[in-house]
Design a protein around this ligand. Structure first.
Ligand SMILES: CC(=O)SCCNC(=O)CCNC(=O)[C@H](O)C(C)(C)COP(=O)(O)OP(=O)(O)OC[C@H]1O[C@@H](n2cnc3c(N)ncnc32)[C@H](O)[C@@H]1OP(=O)(O)O
Ligand SMILES: CC(C)C(=O)C(=O)O
Length: 552
């Protein structure tokens, strides 16, 4: 292992908050959501979005129900400016939506920002400056007082331009790199900012506490948020916002714990696009709430559409195991999972109350616009339940349970041989090869049936060891009659152990399918399958199939 010098990395200090309350809290309602896809997401892309892509993403965000959308950094570049102008000039911002713009505490940038905001009815101006120990020392070479002054100069400038703006301006302030900032300093600068802004009941301020870099375990972030919540002046008029990045892979947990700790608002992106490892994924957060019975306020009933648009505008692929939306997240390959899902879906369908109780599926795929079709896929890790599921869901065959082990083995033998996933058509082929048109030593030709006072009579024609035979029989039903006719010539004694049937296909193409299990001295159990337009003929075919399989 590569030697890492002692002291190169240090543990993040714990927060002194012995009476923390967040561990005992629960999330009971959704936060205010703010999408930063068009800003933090966009600034992290290899190819930042062009106008059309921005417009398409903006339309999607509106459709999903976002009421706060950070539309960019309008003073940064022409396209950022032009996009905001397009939204305003083409009247694309609904009245209930607040657009948000990011800007540094520099006069020429703030001036440009307000120019771009002309005509916006409601906007949040998001002012940020880094407050962390490292950035104060390395990037700004400024003391704490000088950094506070930088922020206050920014606030003064926003107020100056606000006065001339025809529309409502909200202030958001981010002590950027909050997770690298001493808490006392983060609270002090935030309180000076809100006071300078003139915080009041009708002049609330968003204080955003970014995990610009995720530096510690999520409980630390929760402690920091709860600590800030206790130390921010005029707390009732401060909206505490989170903005987590995913450097340690725990941005979801950090955000959820921060909500327990008192955060009111969440900034994030769809599918986690954003600087480095990305911003927190709002889809996951929202659907986590859905699975707890909490109304998220966002509409993710068609995640495929979201993935399609986000992949197009970001030019980034989605991981197949991405929570809730990945290609494979509603798919089970392994036998015991398939078995439990199969039983769970049947149980869910049969019961009256809506409480979702399907093992291994934390959410109903249908609630996010995913179908059941791909839930179970077959490879060498799969079991009989999965094979039965595919045959039923894709082709309508409802195999009796006792038949599952045999077809399961046949399919597994093929997947072992191929060493890859099997397509449903290949599974169907195994089923057909195993049970259909098996005419080894005996084959069915024709039957005519009559019924008299509860007694069935038949004339059965079949070929047996190459010779055509016609014989008559009687019984307490058509199959019994046919069996009795058969036994006049056939030299294997057998009994019928089980029988089931169903129709398969829609009205116009429906066929009857029958499954017959026979038993004899030599053979404990052997299944045959038959399909025909006529249910009786399907049953007789199934019996012949079973005989061929048992005695050939
Ligand atoms: C954590 C985040 O994601 S923050 C958002 C970051 N997003 C972006 O940077 C994308 C958009 N940014 C840009 O296009 C450009 O950086 C611009 C247009 C904003 C500024 O461009 P420029 O002035 O040419 O360059 P640059 O960003 O390198 O400026 C750095 C200067 O700004 C200062 N600065 C950086 N942040 C701030 C701030 N929040 N407030 C005031 N000054 C700041 C730096 O100290 C540095 O000062 P110096 O020139 O005296 O050393
Ligand atoms: C501007 C701020 C909120 C930011 O993007 C960050 O800290 O990651």
């Amino acid at each position: 292992m590569k030697h890492i010098p002692n002291g190169k990395y240090k543990p993040y200090p714990k927060i002194d908050l012995p009476d923390r309350t967040w561990p005992d809290n629960t999330i009971t309602k959704a936060p205010r959501w703010c999408s930063v896809d068009l800003r933090d997401g966009n600034q992290a892309l290899i190819n930042p979005m062009d106008m059309n892509k921005k417009l398409e993403l903006f339309a999607l965000l509106l459709k999903l129900g976002f009421k706060e959308i950070e539309v960019g950094f309008p003073s940064a570049s022409k396209i950022e400016h032009d996009f905001l102008r397009k939204l305003v000039d083409d009247n694309l911002i609904p009245d209930d939506v607040t657009v948000q713009v990011l800007v540094q505490a520099r006069e020429h940038l703030i001036a440009k920002t307000f120019k771009a905001l002309r005509g916006v009815k409601k906007a949040t101006v998001h002012l940020y400056n880094s407050t962390s120990i490292a950035q104060r020392k390395i990037v700004f070479s400024k003391t704490q007082e000088e950094i506070i002054q930088l922020a206050l100069d920014g606030v003064d400038l926003v107020k100056k331009y606000e006065a001339d703006h025809d529309g409502k301006i909200f202030l958001e302030y981010s002590p950027e790199s909050f997770t690298g900032t001493e808490l006392e300093f983060a609270a002090r600068i935030s309180n000076e900012v809100t006071a300078r802004w003139g915080i009041a009941d009708d002049r609330q301020v968003i204080i955003n506490l970014p995990a610009t870099v995720e530096m510690a375990t999520p409980n630390i972030y929760a402690d920091q948020v709860e600590w800030m919540s206790r130390h921010l002046d005029n707390r009732k008029n401060v909206i505490i916002s989170t903005h987590t990045h995913n450097d340690r892979g725990t941005s979801i947990a950090a955000t959820e714990l921060a909500l327990l700790a008192g955060a009111d608002r969440v900034e994030g992106t769809l599918l986690s696009n954003g600087e480095r490892t990305g911003n927190v994924d709002i889809i996951t957060l929202a659907l986590n709430m859905t699975t707890q019975g909490i109304e998220s306020g966002l509409d993710f009933s068609d995640v495929n559409e979201v993935v399609e648009v986000v992949e197009k505008v970001t030019e980034l692929p989605t991981h197949p195991r991405h929570p809730y939306v990945g290609e494979l997240v509603y798919t089970a390959f392994s036998g015991s999972h398939q078995d439990a899902i199969n039983k769970g879906l049947a149980y869910q369908q049969a019961k009256e109350d809506p409480f979702w109780e399907v093992p291994y599926l934390p959410i109903d795929p249908a609630d996010v616009g995913r179908t059941y079709e791909s839930i179970i896929r077959i490879n060498s890790q799969s079991g009989k339940g999965g094979v039965a599921y595919i045959l039923e869901k894709n082709y309508g065959y409802q195999l009796p349970k006792a038949m599952h082990p045999e077809i399961g083995r046949a399919v597994q033998a093929l997947s072992d041989e191929k060493g890859r996933e099997l397509e449903p058509e290949e599974i169907l082929q195994v089923f057909k090869d195993t049970y259909f048109n098996i005419n080894e030593h005996i084959s069915f030709k024709d039957v005519s049936l009559t019924s008299d006072n509860g007694t069935s009579k038949c004339v059965l024609t079949y070929s047996y060891n190459g010779k055509e035979v016609t014989s008559e029989g009687e019984g307490n039903g058509p199959i019994d009659a046919c069996k009795n006719a058969l036994m006049k010539e056939y030299n294997h004694d057998f009994t019928i152990k089980s029988y089931s049937e169903h129709s398969c296909g829609d009205k116009s193409t429906a066929k009857a399918v029958a499954y017959i299990e026979i038993q004899s001295k030599e053979v404990l159990s052997c299944f045959g399958v038959g399909a025909d337009n006529d249910i009786t003929v399907a049953s007789i075919k199934a019996m012949f199939c079973a005989l061929n399989r048992a005695f050939s």
